[in-house]
Write a protein that binds this ligand. Structure first.
Ligand code: AMP
Length: 330
């Protein structure tokens, strides 16, 4: 019988998966890390792997850390743990998921680990934080890689709870199987997870149900967006705008995809003021139909994928230059 794409993927990465499994088996203490300002993929991979390891290796001490999320936590994912510094003094393994960039790992204490392993789908950025890793830019989500990894363990079980987290990761980063990065592996990993007993209506309601106030937010975006000469659509959410809508800045990007599938719009962005005292700036989420926007994002203090990247500008004075670079791409 022909192998399913996920089994083909496991076979293709047999050696690295075996190395990673052996490292996991070796450690008594494990902590799982992911990127700051987490999305569905980061949290789904972290909690999917966390739940899987806790359920299948009950004698190990397994933890997860990072910043919280204003709407996904605790509704869809548990609170991040607050581990004391002394926990990291003993020998432990750090598993980093959905992030490669050292400065974007949500807790810097991964650096104290005896070994670091990483599963990621972001373009590689030096320095490599890990001793062993599987980095595959071709997957729509890191959730697919983590699903293949957990499936590669023998005599273990992926519970419905672990499967739900991983499915959420895949659905989140593939835009519900819509983005061009969606592949046979995406569906195959999702199919395997669905088989573990997930309730899809419940899961989708948890991810996508909105309250009435959200319509006000959508109305705001439609009333305030701008369009550049060549077809970059963007909306600005200043501190005042966020106050008016009663939302934290982390939620500013929520409606960026309103501009997907509109003829004449090739690139679209949300630009949200972030008054974080450590780094006040305007955070930008950039999306595109076809063009590779990741290089412009890197130039503006960010990075990401060809059609979905993040960037930042220090003040609105920089906005025209940033928009011109996107306009020039078109
Ligand atoms: P966002 O617009 O924040 O949803 O980010 C879109 C994609 O770009 C996600 O895969 C992020 O992980 C990635 N990304 C966002 N900000 C950065 C950054 N500063 N550096 C590298 N990648 C980023």
């Amino acid at each position: 019988m022909k192998k399913t794409p996920i089994d083909g993927y496991i076979a293709e990465h047999k050696t690295i998966f075996k190395t990673l499994r052996n490292i996991v088996k070796k450690y008594q203490k494990i902590c799982i890390f992911r990127h700051i300002k987490p999305d569905y993929d980061a949290l789904g991979c972290q909690f999917g792997l966390f739940t899987f390891l806790k359920e299948n290796f009950p004698k190990k001490e397994i933890h997860q850390v990072g910043d919280t999320h204003p709407t996904f936590v605790p509704r869809l994912f548990p609170e991040p743990e607050r581990l004391s510094n002394s926990w990291f003094d003993d020998e432990f393994l750090a598993i980093v998921v959905d992030v490669g960039d050292k400065d974007r790992i949500a807790d810097p204490r991964f650096i104290k680990a005896k070994e670091v392993i990483k599963l990621d789908h972001h373009p590689f950025r030096a320095p490599d934080v890990s001793h062993f890793s599987l980095v595959d830019e071709s997957t729509a989500s890191c959730g697919e890689i983590v699903t293949a990894f957990v499936k590669s363990f023998a005599k273990t079980k992926v519970s419905p709870v672990a499967a739900k987290y991983l499915y959420t990761a895949i659905v989140g980063d593939s835009g519900r199987f819509l983005y061009s990065s969606t592949s046979p592996l995406t569906f195959s990993a999702a199919s395997y997870l669905l088989d573990q007993g997930i309730s899809l209506p419940e899961l989708y309601l948890g991810m996508y149900e909105k309250d009435i106030a959200d319509l006000t937010f959508q109305k705001y975006v439609l009333n305030h967006y701008s369009l550049t000469e060549h077809g970059v659509a963007y909306y600005l959410l200043s501190e005042e705008g966020l106050k008016e809508l009663n939302i934290p800045s982390e939620r500013g990007k929520e409606h960026v995809n309103m501009f997907a599938n509109i003829k004449g719009i090739h690139i679209w962005c949300s630009i949200t003021e972030d008054n974080d005292p450590k780094e006040p700036c305007w955070r930008i989420s950039i999306r595109s139909k076809k063009l590779d926007i990741s290089k412009v994002a890197s130039h503006w203090g960010g990075g990401g994928h060809p059609q979905a990247s993040g960037a930042k500008i220090k003040s609105l004075k920089e906005l025209p230059a940033f928009l011109k670079e996107l306009d020039d791409l078109i």
